[in-house]
Each structure stands twice: as structure tokens, then as C-alpha cells.
Design a protein around this ligand. Structure first.
Ligand code: ATP
Ligand code: MG
Length: 390
């Protein structure tokens, strides 16, 4: 049996002139994500991408799992290719979908014929296949409204394909078509979800993490790497910068009013991230902030942090509740890692009574107490980076 995966394109089908770029980027992303699994032939025809393994050893379950995480795909099906001949189509349907049909009580056949030279039209293909399956699986009956199993038959230019229920794709648009942005990543629940949301809109990612050893541990940093590895299954490979933040935090603690610690720290994060992002050709910053979630995420606090960044700051979670964010974290597989209990530099230096309505004028005055430009330069100079993801 010749198994392959048929992919239906997502939103990009609508994109007019940009369509070619979108398709090319998606094909490149699929090739890249599947490369380590073996050799595949990947081609596009009539808004469908055909992914055919060139080696019988290829793990098709794993290939399907990887494809389910590539943005720009509306739906996909594991299918079996056969010749454009009704006997072959019927036999292939019975053999390839035998487990599903064995376990079902009702079914129907849906057919599509894009090769108009094929002698039977779609209803006739469905009728012939249905008849054959009823003979082979006498316990089955046909139900056109609510069948347990839908058998799909597609007769196309190069061959005929049989498959069961299509699986939902990751949606969105292909990563690489939406520019590049820097995600400020902590080990928490929110920022990995924010990263995923922008990758879904076609954005390539660079990650920036602030670490404060010895207040924060190597294990806390490793957790961030593991979170980014999970995100990279959707976003593709990325750089992760680790920024040494200890000295800046200690200086803030020594010289500034305690109730402004958090806001000052966040402004430093923004200025440093902005510089790294520009250096890395990013067009925006991304954070996992959600309005009102904590003291540093009130409208006034966000205004003070925003002021420190020149690039646009995307906050895709701004209007979401924690329960909604958790639901996405579970869906994309970051939840279990995010809830591991490790310290973050933000939580190590939390003031007892943070100012929830900071006024920019006073924040800037407090900042004047520090040699900000030198501290930032030193932090950027001592940054390290690694590459994360396959
Ligand atoms: P998260 O769940 O992402 O940690 P949070 O709800 O804990 O977010 P904060 O700790 O106030 O909120 O952080 C707000 C945002 O600031 C985070 O979503 C992230 O984008 C960024 N951030 C926080 N800590 C760090 C860090 N150590 N390194 C890089 N960015 C950080
Ligand atoms: Mg956090």
C-alpha cells in the first residue's frame, strides 16, 4: 500500500498575489520539519500538497504529528494512493480503512473527481465504492446524515486517493511570511503561549530570556529552553539569548524606591530587548502580558514599560483570562512544563507593595539614579545565545 499525506491549504488560499510566496514558504517549512524523518517527495497541485515518503521505513504517524503543528494548513489526511481504476479504488478502500470500517456501524462514501476524463462521475464513484464495502463488511449500513465513518475517494490527475476523516491542521499562516519578532520569554505560562500566537500569524521568532544567577538557577534556564523546544515544534528553529540581569536588579534594589522595582526592571528588559531585537533584524517585541493580571500589567504600568521600547510591542494575550491562556497552553503542550516550580528573576525581586499606577515622570526620575546606558551595554556585551529546535 502506498501511503501519503494530503494537505489542504489554510487561509493563504485567499491571499491573491502573495499566494506564491505563501505556498513556497509553506513547502519549505514542511520540507524542513520532515527532513530528519527520511526522504519525502513534496509537491503542490490544485491547492493540495502531496507528501509521499520515498522510503518504506518512514514513520508516518510522526510525520502526521509534525504536520499537525505547521501553520498555514487547514486540514490534512493520511491517505492511500492507488491507480485510477474502480476495482483498485474499492479494494484499497476496504484494505486501508478496514480497522475503521470494522469498528463502525454506519458509513458513507464521499467522492471528488478533478480528472474529468475519468469515466464515472462523483456520485457514481461513491455508489460503486459503497456497494463494494457493503459486500466486504456486511455488518455496515449506509447513513448519509450521521455516519460513523466517511470514506473519501479523490480521483485526481496523477492517481486516485482513499482516506478517512481529515484531521484539523494548525491553521494560521506559514511562519516566515510575517516578519520576525523577539519574544521576551520567562518560564511562566503566558509567554510561551504569546510566542505560539505570533508564530501562528506567520512570525519568525527570536527569544530573549533574562536570568539572575545566583538568585535564579541553571535549572530555571533549562526549563525555558525546554519550553522553547516545545514552541519550536510550531514556530521552527530559533535563537535564544540569555541576558545576565543580576547586576541591574541589584543596582535597582540599592538605589531606587522599592515600590518601583518591578516597573524599573521591566523598563530595563524592554530597552535591552529592543536593542537585541534591532540587532537581530526583528520588527517587534512580544510579551505575555494580560491586562490587570498583576501589578506590572495595569494600563498605567504598561504605558511606563511601553515608553522604554522603540519597536512596537505585541501583547497577544492582553484581553485574555488565565483560564483561556491555560486552555491554549494545554493544547500546544507547554502547560506541564510551565507549571514546574522554578524561580523567575521577576519573582525573586518582587516588592511588597508595588505601585500599581506608576507615573512615568517619577519612574524616569528614579531611573536617573542609575548609570542606565552603561548597565545596558554591559548586559548586552555579556549575553550568550544558543539555537533551539530542530
Ligand atoms: P509569564 O507567564 O510569561 O511568566 P507572568 O504572568 O508571570 O508572565 P510577568 O512575570 O509580569 O507576568 O511577566 C510579564 C511578561 O514579561 C512575560 O510574559 C514575559 O513576556 C516577560 N518576562 C517576564 N520575566 C521574564 C524573563 N525572566 N525574561 C524575559 N522575559 C520575561
Ligand atoms: Mg512570569
Amino acid at each position: 500500500m502506498k501511503e501519503l499525506i494530503l494537505i489542504k491549504l489554510g487561509e493563504m488560499v485567499l491571499k491573491g498575489l502573495n499566494r506564491r510566496t505563501f505556498e513556497d514558504t509553506l513547502l519549505k517549512n514542511i520540507r524542513h520539519r520532515l527532513a530528519s524523518l527520511g526522504k519525502f517527495e513534496i509537491r503542490i497541485a490544485q491547492s493540495t500538497i502531496f507528501v509521499s515518503p520515498q522510503d518504506p521505513q518512514v514513520d508516518m504517524e510522526e510525520a502526521a504529528d509534525r504536520i499537525s503543528k505547521i501553520f498555514g494548513i487547514a486540514a490534512f489526511s493520511c491517505a492511500c494512493e492507488t491507480s485510477k481504476d474502480m476495482d483498485a479504488i474499492c479494494e484499497t478502500a476496504a484494505a486501508y480503512l478496514s480497522d475503521d470500517l470494522q469498528n463502525a456501524r454506519t458509513f458513507k462514501v464521499e467522492s471528488k473527481r478533478s480528472d474529468k476524463k475519468f469515466p464515472l462521475n462523483s456520485p457514481a464513484i461513491s455508489a460503486r465504492t459503497g456497494e463494494y464495502l457493503l459486500e466486504q463488511f456486511p455488518h455496515l449500513s449506509v447513513d448519509v446524515h450521521h455516519p460513523d465513518v466517511v470514506v473519501h475517494v479523490e480521483v485526481r490527475d496523477f492517481g486516485a486517493y482513499v482516506h478517512g476523516m481529515p484531521r484539523p491542521g494548525a491553521g494560521g499562516i506559514p511562519v516566515g511570511t510575517g516578519g520576525k519578532a523577539a519574544i521576551l520569554i520567562s518560564g511562566g505560562l503566558d509567554s510561551p503561549v504569546a510566542a505560539w500566537m505570533l508564530a501562528k500569524r506567520g512570525v519568525n521568532l527570536t527569544a530573549i530570556h533574562f536570568a539572575s544567577p545566583p538568585y535564579t538557577s541553571q535549572r530555571a534556564e533549562d526549563k525555558v529552553v525546554r519550553l522553547l523546544e516545545l514552541v519550536s515544534q510550531y514556530s521552527g528553529r530559533m535563537k535564544m539569548f540569555t541576558m545576565p540581569f543580576t547586576k541591574i536588579q541589584e543596582e535597582i534594589q540599592k538605589h531606587c524606591p522599592e515600590e518601583l522595582f518591578t516597573i524599573l526592571m521591566r523598563r530595563f528588559m524592554m530597552r535591552i530587548s529592543n536593542a537585541v531585537a534591532v540587532q537581530e533584524n526583528c520588527g517587534a517585541l512580544i510579551t505575555g502580558e494580560s491586562l490587570g493580571q498583576v501589578a506590572s500589567q495595569t494600563m498605567q504600568a504598561i504605558a511606563c514599560t511601553d515608553h522604554a521600547a522603540e519597536l512596537p510591542v505585541f501583547r497577544p494575550l492582553i484581553g485574555m483570562d488565565k483560564t483561556e491562556i491555560v486552555a491554549i497552553a494545554r493544547k500546544i503542550g507547554t502547560f506541564e512544563t510551565s507549571i514546574e516550580p522554578f524561580e523567575d528573576c521577576c519573582t525573586v525581586f518582587t516588592p511588597k507593595h508595588p505601585r500599581t499606577r506608576p507615573v512615568l515622570k517619577y519612574v524616569l526620575e528614579a531611573e536617573q539614579q542609575l548609570p542606565a546606558a552603561d548597565l545596558i551595554e554591559e548586559c548586552i556585551r555579556d549575553a550568550r545565545y544558543i539555537r533551539v529546535g530542530g
